[in-house]
Design a protein. Structure first.
Length: 276
């Protein structure tokens, strides 16, 4: 379940409710700039982790150019350790050029976004595993860097990617892929998944394919909102079964604003059909 970025709701209340209802993880997007009030992703997830005991917390996804990768490696190790191993580190190249410009950050080119994403993963994993780690990247670098303590266990990295080069980076370096429904037609989405797995030689058991989507139990489909899966619980479950048959093994439901009832309806009416 994705925690809304809006400040209109209590993220800790939503996360605790999701944990009680049996959800596997909660996530938060990373858009620091904009006219709509939002919370900073890492700070909010830290509070959520401190307010819960079981449910995992995921970044959906951190824009790599916003933070030096070596600092992200340290942040991730700390949050994962303090949450008893519940972090999923989601990374992306950075979607909005307007946000970079507004905050006075260098705006990377599309190629730099993909190259930076690949370098960031290598730096993060290197710091997690090796002493005196040096990485002479084109965009990011480290020199005899030590990160202690090392993570107590493997922290999964999921990437939110779409372009061919970025999909290959995902297959080669990541533990999971977390695209969003509606960005491309369904058949293209499934073809992208095959490209990811082919790039890394992964199989369905080794790799997480998590799909972001909005679910509205009792609502009506809207052609103007391709990310929305709506209808009866049975209709929604059948739509999701189609993605499961094509290899998606996790769903990240984006909450409708102000609809806490949907959290319970998805958990009690839709998910039992999928788990059965």
């Amino acid at each position: 379940m994705n925690i809304p970025a809006s400040t209109d709701s209590d993220p800790m209340e939503l996360a605790r409710a999701a944990e009680t209802l049996g959800y596997d993880f909660v996530s938060a997007s990373d858009h620091p700039c904009g006219t709509n009030p939002t919370r900073e992703t890492w700070t909010m997830l830290t509070w959520i982790a401190a307010s819960t005991t079981r449910i995992r917390v995921a970044t959906r996804v951190l824009g790599v150019p916003y933070r030096p990768p070596a600092i992200v490696a340290k942040m991730a190790e700390t949050l994962d350790r303090l949450s008893s191993g519940r972090l999923i580190l989601g990374l992306g190249g950075g979607y909005s050029d307007a946000e970079f410009r507004a905050f006075g950050l260098t705006t990377p080119t599309p190629r730099e976004k993909v190259d930076g994403l690949e370098e960031a993963i290598q730096i993060i994993r290197g710091l997690w595993a090796q002493p005196e780690f040096s990485f002479p990247g084109r965009l990011y670098r480290t020199e005899d860097a030590d990160l202690e303590p090392k993570p107590a266990h493997h922290i999964p990295i999921w990437l939110g990617t779409f372009g061919d080069r970025a999909l290959r980076v995902t297959g080669r370096h990541a533990d999971g892929w977390i695209p969003s429904l509606g960005y491309v037609p369904d058949d293209e989405l499934l073809a992208m998944r095959r490209k990811v797995l082919a790039a890394g030689g992964s199989n369905d058991q080794d790799f997480t394919c998590a799909l972001n989507l909005t679910i509205h139990v009792g609502g009506r489909p809207d052609p103007a909102r391709p990310e929305l899966v709506a209808g009866t619980a049975e209709q929604i479950a059948e739509r999701l079964r189609g993605f499961i048959r094509e290899g998606f093994n996790a769903f990240n439901a984006i909450m409708l604003p102000g609809r806490l009832d949907q959290l319970e309806r998805i958990a009690t009416e839709v998910l039992p059909q999928l788990r059965d």
